[in-house]
Design a protein around this ligand. Structure first.
Ligand code: ZN
Length: 446
């Protein structure tokens, strides 16, 4: 009897191991494709973008019009021209008129986001937004911010010409490729006035009911030496909002998993916090609209040059900026070429997760794509307090997966779709829905 039992146990295990190795073989194809893209990132292109942008002296939102070769309008025209040079992109001048308001928009102004769109092939629209900001700010001579002072030079090489340089380089490398999702490469403006451009764009996406799957913000990605002398050129920080199973956190885990496979010599350091203390980023307005948003920032900041006339390329590391570009490019391409993620919630919003015959974990999911385009689905499991996924199973082309004698209450589960070409979707997580607040009629007994 014992022999029979052990045979029953071994057979599915052997089958599962075979399936996992089959999935790994398929994934290797995907990683090869991403490696080829990442290998083409050019430090020269990145350096020349940063140099060109810092040469506009200032890109303060209110510095318009300042002249032909300086100020934000000139920088914007230059950016529009650079994006339009790339075949295969639709370039949009996303402009707004803003009346004087609040503490920082001290006069009527125009604000223009520069958007380059790479159309995807998927039948149902899916959008990935990669972004940086091209406006700058610098403290005046008295060491304080005066938003009406547009004469102080604000070269913003690191903040955030570095992000724009990565964006432009990604645009060049992504444009000739075929993607499933549509990619919006956005150079935001008005970041320094309070995330104005990204707020307007995020709200527009929401109002139009756009299916934005991921938002990746690159802001200050080229400094390696901190003011205290510490140097770190081997990792980038990725900030994501709580809780531990938020869409942003899951996107951050995805970036780490993919980028470190494709480019193992560089570390993706996940910070489980929405942003740095006292600072803001263009990912945040998207998170506020319910989208998955994360922020990439260098591992070591130099506070003494930030928002100053000294934020110059001479103080930066272009090879480091290229490394961060490789990370964001690998993740973006992987997301954009992968199939859509499975749906793990019912129409009423509950998770498609049950106890099976009583004490099992029964995972169900919905997926409405072409089954011929996918290799199958991957099931992920981790302890609720574990930072990363701990176990993974290949479920094949199923829509259900059962783990026997596993408590659904004690673990976190997720499922992704693996494409035939080896690229994997985001992991959809089974989340506990919030319990509705109850109200009872009563009379207190005195
Ligand atoms: Zn910035």
């Amino acid at each position: 009897m014992r022999k029979v039992v052990s045979l029953f146990f071994i057979l599915p295990l052997a089958f599962l191991l075979f399936e996992v190795s089959r999935a790994q073989e398929i994934e290797a194809k995907g990683y090869d494709f991403l490696k080829r893209a990442v290998d083409q990132v050019s430090e020269q292109n990145i350096a020349s973008t940063i140099r060109a942008l810092q040469a506009f002296k200032t890109r303060n939102l209110l510095s318009e019009p300042r002249g032909k070769n300086s100020g934000i309008a000139a920088a914007r025209d230059w950016l529009l021209t650079e994006f339009r040079k790339i075949p295969g992109l639709e370039v949009v001048d996303d402009g707004y008129r803003l009346p004087k308001q609040g503490q920082r928009i001290v006069k009527d102004t125009e604000l223009h986001n520069v958007v380059a769109i790479k159309k995807g092939k998927a039948d149902r629209e899916r959008i990935i937004i990669v972004n940086a900001h091209y406006d700058t700010i610098a403290v005046s001579q008295d060491g304080r911010f005066h938003y009406e002072d547009i004469n102080t030079e604000a070269p913003g090489a690191n903040d955030d010409a570095s992000g724009i340089a990565a964006l432009l380089e990604m645009a060049r490398l992504i444009a000739p490729l075929e993607t499933q999702a549509t990619i919006h490469l956005v150079a935001f403006s008005g970041e320094e006035q309070g995330l104005v451009g990204s707020t307007l764009y995020a709200q527009k996406m929401k109002q139009q009911g756009k299916n934005v799957e991921a938002v990746l913000t690159m802001d200050m990605i080229s400094n390696v030496k901190a003011g205290n002398g510490y140097i770190d050129s081997t990792r980038v920080r990725v900030f994501s909002d709580d809780p531990s199973d938020s869409p942003g956190r899951e996107l951050a885990r995805y970036v780490k998993r993919v980028a470190e496979q494709v480019y193992p010599s560089f570390e993706v350091s996940l910070i489980y916090r929405a942003d740095r203390f006292g600072r803001g980023g263009d990912h945040t307005p998207f998170v506020q609209e319910g989208y998955a948003g994360i922020r990439f920032t260098e591992a070591r900041e130099n506070y003494s040059v930030q928002h100053s006339t000294q934020d110059l390329i001479e103080n930066l590391s272009v090879p480091y900026c290229a490394d961060v570009t490789r990370v964001v490019l690998a993740a973006t391409l992987s997301l954009a070429c992968a199939p859509e993620a499975p749906v793990v919630t019912s129409e009423r919003g509950g998770p498609l997760l049950g106890r099976g015959q009583g004490y099992d974990a029964e995972l169900r999911w919905k997926w409405e794509g072409n089954p011929e385009k996918i290799a199958g689905f991957k099931v992920y499991v981790r302890d609720t307090k574990a930072p990363y996924w701990e176990r993974c199973y290949f479920a094949g082309k199923a829509d259900t997966f059962v783990l026997r004698n596993v408590s659904i209450d004690d673990l976190t589960f997720g499922v992704s779709a693996l494409g035939q070409d080896g690229l994997e979707s985001l992991v959809s997580v089974y989340r506990l829905p919030p319990r509705r607040r109850a109200e009872y009629r009563f009379e207190e007994i005195k």
